[in-house]
Design a protein around this ligand. Structure first.
Ligand SMILES: [Zn+2]
Length: 259
């Protein structure tokens, strides 16, 4: 199984990365996509992926930090995109829940990074929270759906997810294990397994029964087990399909190891 969204570039992991990678291997997690959220974290994602072959990198500026997407930052991201370890532009999108950057600034940063993805022929990793309508409108206007990649799921309902899944893979995180998150389980039932990815979003969204601890890729099997239970499909099949889905969502994934 592969963790399709983890921030191993976060300072929370600076002290124990080798141990974390060992735990990840023992848990049967064969790879992880390290997702950037600003320029330094995107650079660290590439450095980590280069040093540790089971890792790949996504580069981009998170909607929270849209203010930081200067012309210079965009030039630096464009250069990074050429590195062979980079398989996607992300996470990018809109977050109207926190509004850490003004909405017009978020929309402009999103558009510019979609252009970057187009230019570099990379798929995208979308972050969306309480901004579905605007994310969809910008993807429509910028021909963003055709880029492929994943919608890192926060706030869409089951019917929307099924519709989005015609273009982008839907990421299922540890929410699915939370007793209150019936909406995420409904979403997981509504979207075909062939369109789902599993992810930790580490260090956030720690699954049951590890809540209160820092999340890490070694906890991904909890999300896999719950997804299998919710869909009534054997774990082995969920593992095989979601792993294949990662390579379909991010076609450059295989090119580094050549297999
Ligand atoms: Zn994330």
């Amino acid at each position: 199984m592969i963790d399709a969204h983890a921030h191993l570039n976060d300072p929370a992991f600076f002290d124990d990365l080798p141990d974390l990678l060992a735990r990840m291997r023992e848990a049967g997690v064969e790879g992880a996509l390290v997702v950037g959220y600003d320029l330094p974290s995107s650079q660290r994602a590439v450095t980590l992926a280069r040093a540790h072959p089971p890792l790949r990198a996504a580069i981009g500026v998170h909607p929270h930090d849209s203010k930081e997407l200067t012309d210079e930052a965009l030039v630096a991201l464009r250069a990074l995109a050429r590195e062979p370890e980079v398989v996607a532009v992300g996470e990018i999108g809109l977050d109207y829940h926190y509004d850490h950057s003004p909405r017009p600034v978020q929309r402009e940063a999103f558009r510019r990074q979609l252009a970057l993805a187009r230019e570099t022929a990379l798929p995208i990793v979308i972050h969306e929270r309480e901004a579905e309508e605007d994310v969809r409108a910008i993807l429509d206007a910028e021909d963003g759906w055709a880029l492929g990649g994943s919608w890192h799921c926060c706030s869409v309902d089951a019917a929307s997810a099924a519709e989005i899944a015609r273009h982008l893979f839907i990421g299922i995180a540890g929410w699915i294990t939370f007793p209150k998150s019936e909406n995420i389980r409904a979403l997981a039932r509504a979207v075909p397994l062939e369109c789902l990815l599993i992810e930790t979003d580490a260090p956030y969204i720690t699954p049951v029964p590890f809540r209160g601890k820092r999340n890490e890729p070694a906890y991904l099997p909890r999300t896999l087990q719950m997804l299998a239970q919710v869909k009534g499909i054997p774990e082995m099949d969920v593992e095989r399909t979601t792993t294949a889905n990662v390579r379909r969502a991010f076609p450059r994934w295989t090119s580094v190891e050549g297999g």
